[in-house]
Design a protein around this ligand. Sequence first.
Ligand code: GLA
Length: 380
Amino acid sequence: MELKKQISEAFASHFGGEGTFYTSAGRINLIGEHTDYNGGFVFPGAIDKVIMAEIRPNDTDKVNLYSVDMNASASFGLNEADAPAEQWARYVFGVCREIIKRGGTVKGFNAVFAGNVPLGAGLSSSAALESCFAFALNDLFNGNSIDKFELAKIGQSTEHNYCGVNCGIMDQFASVFGKKDCLIRLDCRSLEYEYFPFKIDGYKLVLVDSVVKHELVDSPYNKRRESCERVAKRLGIETLRDADMEMLDAVKSDISAEDYMRAKFVIGEKERVLGVCDALNRGDIATVGRLMYETHEGLSKDYEVSCEELDFLNDVAKECGVTGSRIMGGGFGGCTINLVPDAIHDSFIATVTEKFNERYGHAPKIYDVIISDGARRLEE
Ligand code: GLA
C-alpha cells in the first residue's frame, strides 16, 4: 500500500482525525567517506527512499508515537528524564530534546510514521527519521525559525547524545538539504555547499545491498573517529582536513600503525572528492570511476570498514566492467554504490545477483538511485 495511505489509516485508527504530513529522505554518497567528522568534503544526495510522518499537536506535554513498520507504540514526556526505552523512539525523543536545548519549543504531539529506506543498509534511515521530525517540529511549534543548518545539527546531536553514534554531519545535511537531481558538495568544516546537477548521460547509479546489516552503534565506527582525532592532536591541528602525507609521515614513528593507516585513508579521500568534482565538470567519467575504486581499496585495506561480502561485490563489479564501485556510507555491511554504463546495466545486475547468490546462498538487493528532494512538508 502507498506509504501515505498506510500512515493516514493508522493515524485515524490510533488517534482519530488527521494531522500534517512531513517527509525526509535517505541518502547516497558518490564519494567522500569518513571525511565529514574530519572536516573534509563529502558529495551526497537525498534519494527517493523516505520516512514519512503524520503529526498533530495534542495540547498535552506527552508525545505519543506509532511506528507502522514496527507495529509498535511509544509514549514519552519532554524532559531529559523521560527518555523512552525503545531505541527507535529515542531518535524522535532526541530531536525534541535537542530543539528544546537550543531554546526552541516542542509541545506534546501524536505521530504515526513509516518508511521505505532499507534499515541497516547504509542509506541513513536514522538521519531521515531525525530530519523528518526536526523539520516538522520546527514548522509546527517554531514558525520555521530554526534554520536548515541547525536542523541538520539537531539530527547529528541526536545521534551523539541519544543513540551512541559519534557521526559526522553528512547524512543529516543531505537529508535536510537534498534537492531533486542534484548532489551536494559539502565542506564539512565551513558547511559551505554547492549543488551539482547530477545526470551522466549513458550511466546509472546502482546500489547493491550485501544485506549484511550494518549497525553503527557499538560498531568500530566511533573507534575510527577516535583514531583520526588522536592523529590530529599529535599533529597539533584541529582535524585531519589540515593534514597532508608529509605531515603524517613526519609523525609516523610516534603513532600506532593502525592510526597511521586510518589517517592515510582520510588524507587521500579528501583529495579524491575534489578530484571527482573536477572530473565531473570536465565530463571525465573514467576518472570518477577510478577514484571510486581507489576509495573502496582504501576503505577496505587502510580504514578497514569493509567485509568479505562488500569486497566480493566490488570484485564482481570490476570484472563486469562497471566504471566505478565502492562501499558506501559507514561500512561494516550495507551497500556498494556503482556507476554503471547503460549498455551493461542489465547484465551487471544479472551477473552480480547470480554470483553473490552462488557464493552466499542469497541474492543481494538492488536499488536504482533516484536523486530527490529532502525534508519538507507534504502540501497535499
Ligand atoms: C555514517 C555517518 C556519517 C559518515 C559516514 C561515513 O553514515 O553517519 O556521518 O561519517 O558514515 O562517511
